[in-house]
Every structure is written in structure tokens, then in C-alpha cells.
Design a binder for this molecule. Structure first.
Ligand SMILES: NC(=O)c1ccc[n+]([C@@H]2O[C@H](COP(=O)([O-])OP(=O)(O)OC[C@H]3O[C@@H](n4cnc5c(N)ncnc54)[C@H](OP(=O)(O)O)[C@@H]3O)[C@@H](O)[C@H]2O)c1
Length: 259
């Protein structure tokens, strides 16, 4: 299926490694031109270089912390200046702060709310007028299965922020439908890639992680970042023209929610 992303411009946040990098690679494979961001300039530029080499598409980078209040407007303005517009926004950057709820601090809540929620809301708000001027667009935010259902002890902050992101995206989809802007979320399960959090846990305790997979993931393995990347590329594309306000699980049946 041709996703018809050729010459479209996508901004992907948190794109230097892991799921964000895989999303950028799936979009690049569809000839989409890219503006990538992450904090670490070297890894980001290395990723951009590899994607240019592999796919021959234009890839630009901005090394920036997306929790800085003016980062969203700077990113969207950069897309407009360098590419003349913006068709796709992928809000992928995110993080976790584990701990029992009674031990959590205001600072930890604020930090993860900022990264997992507010940064995406700011980027979306900045992108709306540019997408409208570009004739419409698609936003995809990377949530988690633990935004759709309870993730368990120690995940109060993460769970809350991912639920908030899914909720906000749904209302954005309602409000932006008539402007030709679709808004969706994806909810990955446990995704393993070299150097990622699950990879570290497997290396630290392979037997426990084997048991975890056996107990929790009916398809019998961790997900791959590329499997999230391809779903995001589809949602980003016009081939998903009647999909908006959705939250798609990408989890090998790991989650239990019926909705
Ligand atoms: N891995 C999983 O199993 C899994 C499951 C469900 C959902 N998710 C979600 O998927 C997304 C990506 O996860 P991942 O596992 O690929 O994460 P990761 O390996 O930690 O990569 C995160 C990416 O975001 C960048 N980043 C982090 N903080 C940033 C900031 N403040 N400003 C700009 N860029 C920032 C990182 O680069 P720098 O450090 O250089 O900034 C990196 O490129 C997250 O939203 C996560 O919650 C992951």
C-alpha cells in the first residue's frame, strides 16, 4: 500500500532512538520529509544521517528539550521555514517516574506531566494553524496501554499522564475534524529495542523477563519498535482518512481493555 506521504513533512519528537526513531524510519521509507527532535544533538544527527542514507529523503534536526515552554513554537516554526509547512505531527517523546503513590512528589508529577502531556499540547496548538494552512494534517501521539487501563503499583504518574494524553487527543479530534486535521493515539505494550528499558531489564534478569512475557503477552514476545513505527505511519497518512479520535493498541494482546 502506498501511504501517499511523498513530499509531506512530518515533525517527530523524541526521534533519536527507540520508538521515535522507528517512527521516523517508517515515515522516511514512505518518502516523507522529516524534522526530528531530541535533546542530545549527536545521537539525533546520527539518526538523521542514517535515515538520509537509507531512504534518500530530506531529514532536518533540532536539538531541543520539548519541555522548554517555547520549544513547541520553535519546532513548528522551523518546519514552516525549512519545509514550507507541516502535514504530520508525531508526539512521541515521553518518560516515566516509578514509585509508590505515597512517595511521589509534586516535582515528579510536574516533570512527567510536562513531558508526557503539556509538551504535546503545546506542540499541537502550535501546529494547528500551520496544518490548516497546509490543507489539513494528521497528529499521532504515543501513549501506552497504561493510559487505557491500570498499569499497576508504582505507575500512578505514568498512567495518569498517558490517560490525559489519550483524552486530550480525542477532544482535539472532535474540534479539528472540520479542518481536515485527524488526531489519534497509539498505545504500545512492552516494546524491546537495543538499549531501551525492556532490553536493560532482560539483560539484568533474563529468567524473570521470560516469565513476564509468558505471563503477560499472549503473542509470546516483546514488541519491536518498527511495529509501532508502521502503525504510526499508517495513521499519519491519508490512507487512514476515516480514522480520527482513535487509540490503537500495538501490544501483541498484552492489554485487557475491551474499549
Ligand atoms: N518502550 C516501551 O515499551 C513503551 C511502551 C509504551 C509506551 N512507550 C512510549 O513510547 C515513547 C517512546 O518510548 P521509548 O521507549 O522509545 O523511549 P526512549 O528510549 O527513552 O527514547 C525517548 C526519546 O525521546 C527523547 N527525549 C526524551 N526526553 C526528551 C525531551 N525532554 N525533549 C526532547 N526529546 C526528549 C530521547 O532523546 P534525548 O534523551 O536525547 O532527549 C529519545 O530520542 C514514550 O512516550 C513512551 O512513554 C514506550
Amino acid at each position: 500500500m502506498d501511504l501517499e506521504l511523498t513530499e509531506k513533512t512530518a515533525l517527530v519528537t523524541g526521534a533519536s532512538r527507540g520508538i521515535g526513531r522507528a517512527i521516523a524510519a517508517s515515515l522516511a521509507a514512505e518518502n516523507c520529509q522529516l524534522l526530528l527532535c531530541a535533546r542530545g544533538a549527536d545521537a539525533l544527527e546520527q539518526t538523521a544521517h542514517e535515515l538520509r542514507q537509507a531512504h534518500g529523503v530530506r531529514v532536518e534536526t533540532v536539538a531541543i528539550d520539548i519541555t522548554v515552554p517555547d520549544a513547541a513554537s520553535r519546532l513548528v516554526e522551523t518546519a514552516r521555514e525549512r519545509f514550507g509547512g507541516l502535514h504530520v505531527l508525531v508526539g512521541n517523546a515521553g518518560g516515566n517516574s516509578r514509585g509508590r503513590f505515597e512517595d511521589t512528589t509534586d516535582e515528579a508529577w510536574a516533570d512527567i506531566m510536562d513531558l508526557n502531556v503539556y509538551s504535546h499540547l503545546r506542540t499541537a496548538r502550535a501546529a494547528i494553524p500551520v496544518m490548516k494552512a497546509s490543507g489539513g494534517g494528521s497528529m499521532v501521539f504515543v501513549a501506552s496501554i497504561f493510559g487505557r487501563e491500570a498499569g499497576g503499583a508504582g505507575l500512578s504518574i505514568y498512567n495518569t499522564t498517558k490517560s490525559a494524553l489519550i483524552s486530550a487527543a480525542k477532544i482535539m479530534a472532535v474540534e479539528l475534524g472540520r479542518d481536515g486535521i485527524r488526531v489519534n493515539t497509539v498505545a504500545p505494550g512492552s516494546i524491546r529495542f537495543p538499549g531501551g528499558s525492556w532490553d536493560k531489564r532482560v539483560k539484568a534478569d533474563p529468567e524473570a523477563m521470560k516469565q513476564f512475557v509468558s505471563d503477560n503477552i499472549p503473542m509470546g514476545r516483546f514488541g519491536r519498535a518498527e511495529e509501532v513505527g508502521d502503525v504510526v505511519a499508517f495513521l499519519a497518512s491519508d490512507r487512514a482518512s476515516w480514522v480520527s479520535g482513535a487509540c490503537l493498541t500495538v501490544d501483541g494482546v498484552q492489554s485487557h481493555s475491551l474499549i
